[in-house]
Design a protein around this ligand. Structure first.
Ligand code: ADP
Length: 334
């Protein structure tokens, strides 16, 4: 599995728990988001009311779960974490809702994947704090309403466009998480190196940061890989040359692109003359899943201006040609 794919949650999740920032001060970057959230928390506390429902969106590993845990901490409330695929049947979500206490946060990851029937239970729950349950079957079926305490729903998604509008409209606040700057990632790496007792110097940390695709989860993962390398191949201290050599070995290039990123761009350039090409054709030609391309790979390639999303399909930019050692075609000269 490639590095970017591993940015999605996986088996390594439990290792992540000890690296999670515990409060807003430890949570690096996302300045605008933090400013708004601080205000919301202060206002809600002032009125002794729960927070309004929040929706966080952005690529995997940017800190949607972490910021939600911090919000619960700041509000002094419980948070219940779940993910849409675990809420297949109406009773799964009903079971969670009836357990909530006033002010509690219910966090639903991958909320764009909620089945329709589960989603429909959420509408009255979010809007009127009411759980409507159907009792009986056929002609005898009737709806019973159970009042719920006021709670906060936090939804997280990598695909805000895939949310139905009735669901999206019920969030009081919708916020995008952005990719992190190199200096922000460097700061995260120093903090985590200390927690994991890894020796790293300034240049070593910024080298890993530059190759982390603007994503803290990837930075953490690369840090552990480079530590292994440093312990075996040198004296354990992570310096710039050590980080470079290690990441070269793991096929993470100086821009943080991995094998799959390069293959996507190469396919675009070699098979489709730089595009435009539809996402499904690109997926078929590379053997990658189109949703994974859209949610995991594309956002960063677009961010660095290597991939363009146009009405007619995906295109490689002149910079992508150059990065991979190709000469950009004439059309880029105009
Ligand atoms: P998401 O929910 O968006 O997929 P997470 O909140 O699970 O991402 O973040 C993944 C990991 O990245 C966390 O365990 C944490 O170590 C690190 N991380 C994310 N955001 C930050 C941040 N702003 N500051 C420090 N570490 C972060």
């Amino acid at each position: 599995r490639s590095e970017a794919l591993q940015a999605q949650k996986g088996r390594e999740d439990h290792h992540e728990e000890n690296l999670r920032p515990k409060n807003l001060d430890d949570y690096a970057g996302q300045k605008e988001l933090k400013a708004v959230l601080s205000l919301l928390v202060a206002a809600a506390r002032h009125r002794s009311e729960p927070l309004d429902h929040l929706l966080f969106y952005g690529p995997p590993g940017l800190g949607k779960t972490s910021i939600s845990l911090i919000l619960a901490h700041e509000m002094g409330v419980n948070i219940h974490l779940t993910t849409a695929p675990a809420l297949e049947r109406p009773r799964d979500i009903a079971g969670l809702l009836v357990k909530l206490q006033r002010g509690d946060i219910l966090f639903i990851d991958e909320i764009h994947r909620l089945p329709r029937i589960t989603e429909e239970i959420l509408y009255p729950a979010m809007e009127d704090f009411r759980l409507d349950i159907t009792v009986g079957k056929g002609q005898n079926a009737r709806i019973t309403s159970v009042p719920l305490p006021r709670f906060t729903l936090i939804g997280a998604t990598t695909r805000v466009g895939a949310l139905s509008s009735p669901l999206r409209d019920r969030f009081g606040f919708i916020q995008r998480l952005r990719f992190y700057e190199v200096d922000e990632l460097t700061g995260i790496l120093h903090r985590n190196a200390q927690l994991l007792q890894i020796a790293i110097d300034e240049a070593g940390a910024s080298e890993i940061a530059r190759r982390s695709r603007g994503t803290p989860r990837i930075a953490n993962r690369l840090l552990k890989r480079v530590r292994d390398y440093a312990q075996v191949e040198s004296d354990g201290l992570i310096t710039e040359p050590v980080a470079c050599a290690a990441l070269e070995l793991f096929e993470v290039d100086p821009l943080g692109l991995d094998w799959t990123d390069r293959r996507l761009l190469q396919t675009l350039i070699e098979h489709y003359n730089g595009g435009p090409v539809g996402i499904e054709s690109l997926a078929a030609a590379t053997g990658e899943d189109s949703q994974t391309i859209e949610e995991v790979y594309e956002p960063y390639l677009m961010q660095i201006g290597y991939l363009l999303r146009t009405a007619r399909g995906r295109m490689a930019s002149a910079a992508a040609y150059r990065h991979l050692g190709y000469t950009p075609p004439q059309r880029f000269e105009q």
